[in-house]
Design a protein around this ligand. Structure first.
Ligand code: HEM
Length: 452
C-alpha cells in the first residue's frame, strides 16, 4: 500500500518533538494516539531512553528536516544548540512549550528568545499550561484549554489544528509579545483568591482576639472564672458566622458603591476606580470563602446538643429545679425567637449554597446571563437579608440590655451587623422607584448634563 492510502492528508508529514523528557514523552504518546506520526529529535538517538512505541528517533537535524512542525520540549537553558540547526529549521513552525521556575527569571520570554535564536522559523508559544499528566490522560473538563500566541497567523493556525485534533480548545492570545504572560500563567498562586483569603484571615484574627477578651478574659478578671475551654467551640462558633456575614456583605458592597458612583456622576461612561474594579472581580471568591465559613458555623451548631458543657448545664438546671421543687414556665417569646432565628438561618444557608453552586464555572456556563444575574444578584440580596435577619433575631432584646456591653464593648455579632445593614439599607434606597428609574436610564447610556 502507498502511504497516502493509509494516512489522511494531515498525517502524512510527521510531527517532530525535540526533547525526550516527561513532557516530550507524554506529548508524543498523545499525538500518536490521535493518529499522527511522531519523530523525536535527540542528541543521542541510539541511547535516549524509552520512548512511546511506534515513534521514531533521529538526530535533531534529520528529525527537523522530516517535519514542518517541531515541538521544543527542552529547557530554555539548552536552547543554544538550535543555532546550529538554522538551515533545517528555516520556515518551520516551532512550538515553545517551556515554563520557568520563577516569574521574571529571564529578561525576555522563552519564546521570544527562541525566535531570536532561530529568526527563520515561526515560533508559536503554547501548551505550556498543560502538565505532562494532563497531556497523557487527554483533556478533561477542567483542563481543556490551550493558550497560543505567535506572530505568524498561519503558524498559529497549524498549531491550533493539531491542538484541536488532540481534543483541546484553543484560545488565541495574540502575538508573541503575550508569551511572557502565558509563561507566568502556571506560576500564578491563586491570584484572585489572595485578597479574599487575606481578608478572611485578618477578620478571623481580629474577632478571635476581640471575643477572647470580651468572653474569656472578662470572666477571668471580673468573676475569677476560668472558661477558657469555650475557645474551642463557643468562640469558634461565633468567629466563623461573624466573618461569614461580613464577607457576604462585602460581596454586595461594591455593587451598591458602583451604583452610587454612577448616580453621583450621572453617567456610566466614566471608569470606576481601580480598587473598585479589583474588588468587583474577586466577589466570587469572597462569596465562596464566606460560604465555607458559614458551613463551619452550621457544623459547629450541630454539635451543640452533644457538648459536655451543654448537657451538664441542662442536667444541673433540672436537678436544681427538682431539689427546689419548682418548674420554670414555658416562655412563648423565647420559643418564637429561637425558632425564628433557626428557621431564617436555615433559609439563608440554603440560598447561600445555591449561590455557591451557581458560581461554579460548570454550572454558571449552563445558565443564561439573565438566570445567572437573577440568582447572583436578586437571590444574593435575599440571602444577605436572611442571614442578617438571623443575626438580628439572635440578638433580639439583648441590643437594649446594658449587661450585654461588657467593658463597654458590643458583642461581636453586633459589629458584624454594621456592613450588612448599611448594604441592605442603601440597596433599599436604590430600589425606590425614582432612584431606580434614573439608575436604569444611566445604565442604558443616558447622561446627565449639568446646567451651565
Ligand atoms: C448564631 C444556628 C446559618 C450567622 C447562631 C446560633 C445558632 C445558629 C444556634 C447561636 C449560637 C450560639 O448560641 O453560640 C444556625 C443554623 C443555620 C445558621 C441552624 C443554618 C443551617 C447562619 C448563616 C449565617 C449565620 C448562613 C450567616 C453568615 C450567625 C451569626 C450568629 C449566629 C452572625 C451570632 C454568633 C455569635 O456572636 O454568637 N446561628 N445558623 N448563621 N449565626 Fe447562625
Amino acid at each position: 500500500l502507498d502511504q497516502s492510502q493509509i494516512y489522511p492528508d494531515y498525517l502524512q508529514t510527521p510531527l517532530c518533538i525535540f526533547g525526550t523528557g516527561d513532557l516530550g514523552f507524554s506529548l508524543g504518546r498523545r499525538l500518536l494516539q490521535s493518529g499522527y506520526r511522531v519523530v523525536y529529535g535527540s542528541r543521542r538517538p541510539h541511547s535516549c531512553g524509552p520512548l512511546p512505541p511506534g515513534t521514531q528517533v533521529m538526530s535533531h537535524g534529520a528529525a527537523a528536516q522530516s517535519a514542518n512542525l517541531v515541538f521544543i520540549c527542552i529547557h530554555r537553558e539548552n536552547y543554544g544548540f538550535l543555532e546550529t540547526l538554522l538551515p533545517e529549521l528555516r520556515g518551520k513552525v516551532l512550538v515553545d512549550v517551556s515554563n520557568n521556575l520563577k516569574k521574571n527569571q529571564y529578561p525576555e520570554a522563552n519564546a521570544e528568545y527562541l525566535q531570536r535564536l532561530v529568526p527563520g522559523a515561526h515560533v508559536v508559544k503554547g501548551f505550556n499550561t498543560l502538565s505532562a499528566w494532563a497531556l497523557q490522560n487527554g483533556p478533561s473538563d477542567a483542563n481543556r484549554q490551550v493558550y497560543l500566541c505567535g506572530n505568524s497567523a498561519e503558524a498559529k493556525q497549524t498549531v491550533a489544528e493539531t491542538a484541536t485534533k488532540l481534543g483541546f480548545t484553543v484560545l488565541d492570545r495574540g502575538s508573541l509579545s503575550a508569551a511572557r504572560e502565558l509563561e507566568d500563567f502556571p506560576l500564578q498562586l491563586f491570584p484572585e483568591w489572595r485578597m479574599p483569603l487575606r481578608l478572611a484571615v485578618g477578620l478571623t484574627a481580629f474577632f478571635f482576639f476581640y471575643l477572647l477578651i470580651r468572653d474569656v478574659i472578662y470572666a477571668y478578671v471580673e468573676q475569677q472564672k476560668d472558661i477558657s475551654f469555650r475557645i474551642m467551640v463557643s468562640l469558634a462558633n461565633k468567629v466563623f458566622p461573624i466573618v461569614s456575614l461580613i464577607m457576604l456583605s462585602l460581596c454586595y458592597l461594591p455593587g451598591v458603591i458602583a451604583a452610587l458612583l454612577q448616580l453621583y456622576r450621572g453617567t456610566k461612561y466614566k471608569r470606576f476606580p481601580d480598587w473598585l474594579d479589583r474588588w468587583m472581580l474577586c466577589r466570587k471568591q469572597l462569596g465562596l470563602v464566606a460560604l465555607a465559613f458559614a458551613s463551619l458555623h452550621v457544623l459547629y451548631t450541630l454539635l451543640i446538643p452533644i457538648r459536655y458543657y451543654v448537657r451538664y448545664k441542662v442536667a444541673a438546671s433540672t436537678i436544681s429545679q427538682i431539689k427546689e421543687n419548682r418548674t420554670s414556665e414555658f416562655d412563648t417569646a423565647i420559643a418564637w425567637r429561637t425558632d425564628s432565628y433557626y428557621s431564617v438561618g436555615i433559609l439563608g444557608f440554603g440560598l447561600y449554597l445555591l449561590l455557591g453552586i451557581t458560581s461554579l464555572p460548570s454550572v454558571s456556563n449552563a445558565l443564561s446571563w439573565r438566570e445567572f444575574s437573577f440568582i447572583q444578584s436578586k437571590l444574593g440580596y435575599v440571602t444577605l437579608l436572611f442571614c442578617t435577619l438571623h443575626t438580628y433575631l439572635y440578638g433580639w432584646n439583648k441590643f437594649l440590655r446594658p449587661s450585654t456591653y461588657k467593658w463597654y464593648t458590643p458583642p461581636g455579632y453586633m459589629l458584624s451587623l454594621i456592613v450588612p445593614t448599611v448594604v441592605l439599607v442603601v440597596k433599599l434606597l436604590l430600589l425606590l422607584p425614582c432612584v431606580d428609574r434614573t439608575l436604569t436610564r444611566i445604565r442604558q447610556g443616558w447622561e446627565r448634563t449639568d446646567p451651565e
